[in-house]
Design a protein around this ligand. Structure first.
Ligand code: ZN
Length: 172
């Protein structure tokens, strides 16, 4: 007989600035990990944690796991992205406001490519390719930056809100 243990989503503590973990590079996810209950639990926990803070994306590093995994909220539901790599970025950029669950209270303008082409692996470990534009492309670029230890405040030319919070965090 085969049965599964019901899993409950748990709220995880968010890693926030100035935690140095946010500056580290995440490692590729191993295909075998995708078949584990630990991975399924991790996705559930990340979703609950993101929803609890009204986020539109969450990278694993933000809950303390240095692996190249992110979840993104889309119109069609939750999109987990595993080992995403942006293989094309349009030269045409677009400036828009960003915030980050790891830098609460801070908002700034960031220029991102309007259109990107992404390679990732799906939940079964198979390669998948897709294109994204506009806000969706912006969120992906923000999350992939997290995997490389880059934060939106590194790219912003204008902080709209929370500059005093940011200054405080940098002197700590
Ligand atoms: Zn972020």
């Amino acid at each position: 007989m085969c049965y599964t243990i019901p899993m409950n989503a748990r709220l995880l503590p968010l890693v926030t600035l100035p935690n140095p973990l946010l500056r580290q590079k995440s490692k590729l996810v191993d295909g075998a990990f995708l078949r584990t209950d630990e991975f399924k639990q991790l996705l559930l926990d990340m979703e609950k944690t993101m929803d609890d803070s009204n986020g539109v994306g969450l990278a694993a590093v933000q809950i303390g796991r240095l692996i190249r995994l992110t979840i993104i909220k889309t119109q069609n539901g939750l999109l987990p992205l595993i080992n995403p790599k942006i293989i094309f970025k349009s030269p045409l950029g677009e400036v828009g406001q960003e915030g980050c669950l790891s830098i609460p209270g801070v908002w700034g303008q960031v220029k991102r490519s309007r259109f990107i082409f992404v390679r990732a692996i799906d939940l079964h470990g198979r390669p998948t390719y897709f294109s994204a534009k506009g806000f969706f492309a912006r969120v992906i670029q923000h999350e992939v930056d997290h995997m490389n230890g880059i934060l939106f405040i590194d790219r912003t030319k204008q902080i709209d809100e929370g500059k005093e919070l940011l200054d405080k965090k940098f002197v700590q």
